[in-house]
Design a protein around this ligand. Structure first.
Ligand code: S3P
Ligand code: PEP
Length: 426
């Protein structure tokens, strides 16, 4: 049995909500992913520059020093997109350091909204982002997005706007993809005493956020991570032995819990036990499946992070699987439609890239091999590692340390399960 790592999405949010209540959220730095370390460090830096007592009411003496903060986001989109509006609401001046692909990932819609409300934002030649506000903080009022490039813009503003001295309204027009992540934000906000009212139809969302709110510290241990557990569960579906994964909440607000339904639709047997193991955490058994069936259409708009591992399973499923509504995958740690397609093609899969997805015609075996850096993308590297248990050729990954972005001990687990025979790490 293996235990799912703690949810990266919940952890980012807990650390930030704790910071805004004046507390440092405890993490296990040895086990933590690079993204979580980035948010934790940024939160500590912000905490050391503000008078915690005043957070939530933004009194004029909230800022202890006028130093420019340096916040190193590394490659974490969540850290940047959550912290930027918060820094603007607190009236701090900060330089956000960005590494790797984060320098190219979309930010402009969020920057436009913050600038409209008084923030001054510049990008240096190296791609770093500097923010300052001429007034004490950005002004409350109306914020509006048309089909946002990332739901993280909305989550970031939902953290920030309750701090302002009057209420704000946040509109999302023409679709909010990844909306389950915004629901996680609202869940954590509610736990910390922050009130947000919202209404939505299929494509239009309105969030009413009263101002002058105070965050009240409310620790809870983060639940397991369905996005990363998906790779472990696929090991069970594709391998020779069943797998049992524990520390997985059942049910969960995480959209990537959908991996269980997808596996079942592929013809895999899945047993769910909501109550066994520790409190607040369920257990799932997945059994090897020799007769995978294609899924006619997979809408990935609510579960973008599942696409690489679903595409691998679909490569061996009888029939044609079409994945669509996944265009935002082009703006992750790699262009994940191109990288998933190209990595699986190397392994021998019959896969084609479309504008917003992938078309995969299942075959009986993966007869190819792979050697490379897995596009430097943790989710592609983990997909390749899972593929190694069924591919006929060797999978050789250079710089496998990139998995630390979300799952530092992924390869240790693979070793522990005895499933690392066909994979070479360089
Ligand atoms: O808010 C979050 O925790 C996340 C939102 C999603 O991003 P997008 O909203 O940009 O799709 C997801 O892909 C990312 O891994 C984590
Ligand atoms: C895209 C991801 O995270 P982020 O957007 O926070 O960098 C991810 O974990 O796959």
């Amino acid at each position: 049995m293996v235990s799912a790592p703690p949810s990266k999405s919940f952890l980012h949010r807990e650390i930030i909500a704790a910071m805004l209540s004046g507390h440092e959220f405890p993490i296990d730095a040895e086990e933590a992913s690079e993204d979580i370390l980035a948010t934790h460090e940024a939160a500590k830096t912000i905490l050391s520059h503000i008078n915690c007592i005043w957070i939530g009411s933004l009194k004029s003496n909230a800022v202890l020093t006028s130093d420019k903060l340096v916040l190193d986001c590394k490659e974490s989109g969540s850290t940047l997109r959550f912290m930027l509006p918060i820094v603007a609401a607190l009236g701090l001046e900060a330089e956000f350091k960005l590494a790797g692909r984060l320098r190219e990932r979309p930010m402009q819609q969020l920057i436009n909204q913050l600038e409209k409300h008084g923030a001054s934002i510049n990008r240096s030649e190296t791609g770093n982002i500097t923010i300052s506000t001429s007034a004490r903080h950005i002004t409350p009022g109306e914020f509006s997005f048309m089909n946002p490039e990332s739901s993280q813009y909305i989550s970031g503003l939902l953290f920030a706007l309750p701090l302002l001295n009057e209420g704000s309204t946040l509109y999302v027009h023409d679709n909010l993809e990844s909306s389950s992540y915004v629901m996680i934000t609202l869940d954590v906000l509610g736990k910390y005493g922050i009130k947000v009212d919202y209404t939505h139809t299929d494509r239009e969302w309105t969030f009413n956020i009263p101002g002058n709110q105070k965050y009240t510290y409310s620790y809870s241990a983060p639940e397991g991570d369905w996005s990363n557990a998906a790779f472990l569960l696929a090991l069970g579906a594709l391998g020779n032995n069943p797998i049992r994964v524990c520390s997985l909440p059942l049910p969960s607000m995480q959209g990537d819990m959908k991996i269980l339904d997808f596996l079942e639709d592929f013809g895999v047997t899945v047993n769910r036990y909501p109550d066994i193991m520790d409190v607040n955490a369920g257990t799932v058994d997945v059994f090897p499946c020799r007769k995978l069936m294609a899924i006619t259409r997979i809408d990935a708009s609510g579960c973008p992070d599942l696409v690489p591992i679903i595409a691998l399973v679909a490569s061996l499923a009888n029939g044609i699987t079409v994945i669509n509504n996944a265009e935002r995958l082009r703006y992750k740690e790699s262009d994940r439609l191109t990288s998933t397609c190209s990595a699986l093609k190397n392994l021998g899969a019959n896969i084609t890239e479309t504008k917003d997805g992938l078309i995969i015609e299942g075959i009986d075996a993966l007869r190819g091999s792979y050697e490379g850096i897995g596009y430097g993308d943790h989710r592609i590297i983990m997909m390749l590692a899972v593929s190694s248990i069924i591919s006929e050729g060797i999978v050789k990954i250079h710089d496998s340390a990139a998995v630390a972005k979300s799952y530092p001990n992924f390869f240790e687990i693979l070793n522990k399960l005895g499933l690392a025979d066909n994979i070479k790490l360089a």
